[in-house]
Structures are given as C-alpha cells and as structure tokens.
Design a protein around this ligand. Structure first.
Ligand SMILES: *Cc1c(COP(=O)(O)O)cnc(C)c1O
Length: 371
C-alpha cells in the first residue's frame, strides 16, 4: 500500500455545519414581521417535524438542553427523585437532571455497546426512579427497545436524548420515537441545525400538553408555572427549510461511511462500533472501535488532523467529570468504550479527494494498529 501524502485536505471537521441556503424563506418571514416563538412559522415547523418523524406531536424549543429539561419536568423530575442516565453521557445530557433538581443515577452500558446494561439497570431502579435516559451517542442505535419494554411494565418513562441521532434507526424505528419522549438538539454542530435550538417528540397527548405549556410560560394563564424556552421564528424557518435536505444528507453520510469502512483491513482489529439488529446509524460521525484501548491509533488519527472526541472534548465516562464525580458507580463497560472509540468525518461537505485521503490514512493507521 502506498503511504498517503501528509498534507491534510479541507473539511476534516467531523461535526462541521453543512450549508444549505434559505434566504428566500427568511426574507418572507422578515416581510411578515412576526419573529417570536408564537409565530405561525414555528407551528409549521413543528408540523413538518411530526411528518418527518411519524409522531403525533413535536414541540420546538430553544436548545437540546431545554428539550431535556422540559421532558424531565413533564415526567415529574423534582428534588428527591432519581433519573437514571448511562455513564456514556456527555455533561449536556445530564446537566438538565440537575437543573430539574433531580438526582442523576449513573448506569453502565452493555459491553462494547451504547445500550443500557439490563442487569445494572435493574440494580439501580428504586421507588424514587422517575425516568431513564437512553442515549444513541454519535447517532449509533442503542438497541434499548428491550429496556423500554421492561420500563413500560414498571411504569417508568424512557426519555431518548437523540441530540446526535436525527435519522438513526433502531430496530427499524427512528431514534427519538422509541421511548415516550424523544429530545433533539439543533445546535450548529448537529445533523439538523438552526444555530441554537431543539425539539421534543411524543405520541402522548398529556405529555405534549405539559411540555407545550411549560416551555411557553404556562401560556401566561396566571395559574400555571412555566419557563420561556420558545424557539424564535427565524430559527424555525431555517429548521423547516433544512429538514427537506436531511434525507439526502443522511444518504451521502451513509455512503461516505461505507467508503471509509471498505478501507479497513479485514482482520477486524479496528472495526465499526457494533450496530444492533435492524439498526442503522445516521453517521453523524463514523465510529470505529477495538477490543482494547488503542492510544497509538487514536494518536495517529489526531496527528493526521482527524480530531478525536477524547482529545477535543475530553470525552470520558460521566462520573469522571468533577460536576458528576459524587454520583460515581462502577461502570467498567463504559470506561472501555470511552477509551476505545474513534470518530471519523462522513459529512456531505467532504470532497472525493478528501475521502480518498482519509481512507488512505485510515488503512495505514489500522494496519499499524495490529498487535
Ligand atoms: C448537543 C447535545 C446536547 C445539548 O444540546 P444543546 O442544543 O447544545 O443544548 C445534549 N445531549 C447531547 C448528546 C448532545 O450532543
């Protein structure tokens, strides 16, 4: 194999925003003049979201964190209640638990996977448990349908933090539609972007009503407590416009991921993170893994200009962050996973030359990663 040239191409930022172009839609809104979260443009966007995801209700909000806080509020997370969250969670997943006044209870994932470890889950459920968060991190399906069934029997809601999982399929269903509540972010570095923003999906009319009212100041009826988490209309217009591009972008991401996977040696030492049956990642990023942490491989990617979450964001199990250290529990699977996952760009902005360059580097580094 020829050694790849060392000059890094443009576009290696794996979470780069993908420009689309919506000046006409925005100009029409500015002409209309109604720019607040109460504009009909926001309702139109919410309806478009329900159609895209095939759910009954969507509530647009001003961030993914607000979406999680609203979902937690709706299921009754208050001081004295416990919210179960996987150890793979970044702080943004768990901070809304603290905001709601609840206590995070950290649970391990299955070995080599993102799904909740059912044995550990059963160990941590108490009569104070108000909800469980499922996390399709990097847009990889969790296979948490089994957990959802177990929790449904116990009457405990499952909230999906699908902030990175627009278009991910899990057992054939879209992530964010598997539990009772699906929370999404539309921050600039997510697959559907409005700059800042988010939304909550549900099929449950009562939960919808509670979230809608809470995020809109209780509709100022003077009787109901609420917060103002509304999404401003210009952002809703951008989201509505970009939603129409999402399916095409997902197809390109999946094709780019296949192109990179084809460059890996067949020995499987470095391979794609496992996908449960019937699952399909959205390739927010292509995630590779190894049986044991391989710092040399991570270092090789990083120094080639392919940034790694472990370096760029200090990605690690939740309880290894000072803010969550007091909630630490032994989560050996999450620790191995955090140290042995590697991220590669797949976004639609990658040129064919950039893809070739990444594939060549990947082949070379994976070859060098063999024991
Ligand atoms: C981005 C993100 C959030 C927070 O979303 P914001 O819109 O930035 O508030 C929460 N959870 C996960 C997994 C995320 O990736």
């Amino acid at each position: 194999m020829t050694r790849p040239t060392s000059r890094a191409p443009a576009g290696l930022d794996r979470y780069a925003p993908v420009p689309t172009g919506e000046p006409l839609a925005l100009a029409a809104l500015l002409g209309d003049g109604r720019l607040s979260g109460g504009s009909p443009a926001v309702t139109d966007y919410e309806h478009a979201l329900t159609r895209w995801f095939g759910v009954n209700y969507a509530v647009a909000v001003n961030s993914g964190t607000s979406a999680l806080h609203a979902a937690l509020h709706a299921v009754g997370a208050t001081p004295g209640t416990e919210i179960i969250v996987p150890a793979t969670a970044p702080p943004a997943t768990a901070m809304p638990i603290l905001t709601a006044g609840g206590t995070p209870v950290i649970v391990d994932v299955r070995r080599g996977a993102l799904g909740l470890d059912l044995d550990d889950l059963q160990r941590v459920i108490t009569d104070k448990t108000r909800a469980v968060i499922s996390l399709p991190l990097w847009g990889y399906p969790t296979g948490d349908k089994d957990a959802a069934a177990l929790l449904a029997q116990a009457g405990i809601p499952l909230i999906e933090d699908a902030a990175q999982a627009h278009g991910t399929r899990d057992a054939g269903e879209l992530a964010g539609t598997i539990g009772g509540l699906g929370c999404f972010s539309t921050h600039d570095r997510k697959l559907l972007s409005t700059g800042e923003g988010g939304f909550v999906l549900t099929n449950n009319p009562e939960l919808h009503q509670r979230i809608e009212s809470w995020t809109r100041l209780g509709h100022l009826d003077g009787a109901t407590h609420g917060v103002n988490y509304k999404l401003a209309a210009p952002l809703a217009v951008i989201g509505h416009h970009r939603l129409a591009h999402l399916a095409g972008q997902l197809a390109t991401r999946r094709a780019n991921a296949q192109r990179l996977l084809a460059a890996l040696p067949a020995d499987g030492v470095i391979r794609e993170l496992g996908v449960p049956p019937g699952g399909s990642p959205n390739q927010y990023t292509l995630v590779l893994t190894a049986d044991t942490p391989n710092p040399r491989f991570a270092e090789g990617l990083q120094s080639a200009g392919i940034a790694q979450d472990s370096r760029q964001y200090g990605y690690r199990p939740l309880y290894q962050r000072p803010l969550f250290a007091r909630y630490a529990r032994p989560c050996p699977h999450a620790e191995v996973l955090a140290a042995s996952t590697y991220q590669l760009p797949t976004h639609p902005g990658l040129s064919p030359a950039a893809l070739d360059w990444i594939a060549a580097h990947l082949a070379d580094l994976a070859q060098g990663a063999r024991p």
